[in-house]
Write a protein that binds this ligand. Structure first.
Ligand SMILES: NC(=O)c1ccc[n+]([C@@H]2O[C@H](COP(=O)([O-])OP(=O)(O)OC[C@H]3O[C@@H](n4cnc5c(N)ncnc54)[C@H](OP(=O)(O)O)[C@@H]3O)[C@@H](O)[C@H]2O)c1
Length: 295
């Protein structure tokens, strides 16, 4: 069985390839697809086949997907509204044309019609269902890793963790999402199943603040802000409007409880427990030196 992984040059895609190799799959049975395959020499050294594939180039994708039995589609990263859905639809249509036998798509917890980020995922899921191909969906929670994009640095300098509501969310380590995705694409079956890659607990902003405080030995308080204040802080930090809309949209979905779903799917699929936030922070604590506030 030949397995294909798109987005191989991204962080999640790289972890998925590592997981597939760690499972003992032969490199020759894995096809890594990326816009920049030349950057993936470390996988070529392990026998992984590298192919160029860009979701903006449907014809090229048909060539890239030839010979693949199970294809894992990693969502693309351009958050400008209207960009990703046609890209994902190109990937699905091209997979069908290329003769792929099973699609695995990584979606998001809380996929719904609303803000573009969530709409993209629910509409991609619907396109997967409509493709007529056997499919599996893995809906992922928000990465703990996102906290290192300024939130932890701010919490450690200002002593504040800002959120718009006390609703909990089941965030997750990116590496655990990768392990679950690898398990789904490496096995046969799982046809028509939707799994949810979540952390082992849903935590409120107060619990997240307390975890950061405990791991770093600093005082961090959760404070409640309005959605306008939340978005305003992102704008003030220099984020473009589409990014404010996406991150603010995630916060709005979180506040409405759409990310408050805990499953044991990671443990079920991988045989190991999903990392807690405290474990994740302890393992990445050194990043506080590498990514100080303002960087
Ligand atoms: N759950 C969360 O908290 C969370 C957070 C951030 C992102 N995400 C989503 O999860 C995905 C993977 O996350 P990550 O951490 O690996 O992000 P990342 O390191 O920023 O990687 C971005 C990914 O998008 C792919 N990509 C971008 N444009 C593409 C195109 N035109 N055609 C094909 N692939 C394209 C890249 O593939 P190549 O460079 O190999 O072509 C790469 O795999 C992201 O793309 C995003 O959709 C989720």
């Amino acid at each position: 069985m030949v397995i294909g992984v798109t987005g191989a040059g991204g962080q999640l895609g790289g972890h998925i390839l590592d997981e597939l190799l760690a499972r003992g799959l032969k490199g020759a049975d894995i096809i890594a697809i990326s816009r920049s395959p030349e950057k993936l020499q470390r996988f070529a050294d392990k026998g992984v086949q590298l192919r160029k594939g860009d979701f903006d180039d449907a014809a090229g994708l048909v060539t890239a997907f030839k010979g693949i039995d199970r294809l894992l589609i990693v969502p693309t990263s351009d958050l400008r509204p209207g960009i990703r859905l046609p890209q994902h639809k190109n990937a699905i249509t091209s997979a069908k044309q290329a003769g792929v036998k099973h699609l695995v798509y990584i979606s998001t917890l809380g996929a719904h019609r609303g803000q573009d980020l969530f709409t993209t995922h629910i509409e991609t899921e619907l396109a997967v269902f409509a493709s007529g191909l056997p499919w599996t969906i893995l809906r992922m929670g928000m990465y703990y890793d996102n906290l290192w994009m300024g939130t932890i640095q701010y919490a450690l300098t200002a002593g504040v963790y800002a959120a718009t509501a006390p609703t909990p969310a089941a965030n997750v380590a990116r590496t655990d999402v990768a392990a679950a995705a690898a398990a789904l694409v490496a096995a046969s079956g799982f046809n028509g199943y939707i799994y949810h890659a979540t952390g082992p607990a849903a935590q409120t902003p107060a619990e997240i603040a307390a975890t950061i405080a405990a791991v770093f030995g600093k005082k961090v308080d959760a404070v409640t802000v309005t959605q306008d204040q939340f978005d305003g802080a992102l704008k003030g930090a220099g984020l473009p409007d589409f990014a404010v809309d996406a991150i603010g949209g995630i916060e709005a979905a979180r506040a409405r409880g759409m990310l408050d779903l805990v499953t044991h799917d990671i443990e079920y699929l991988t045989g190991r427990k999903a990392q807690t936030l405290a474990e994740y922070l302890a393992a990445t604590k050194h990043l506080a030196e590498a990514k100080p506030a303002g960087h």
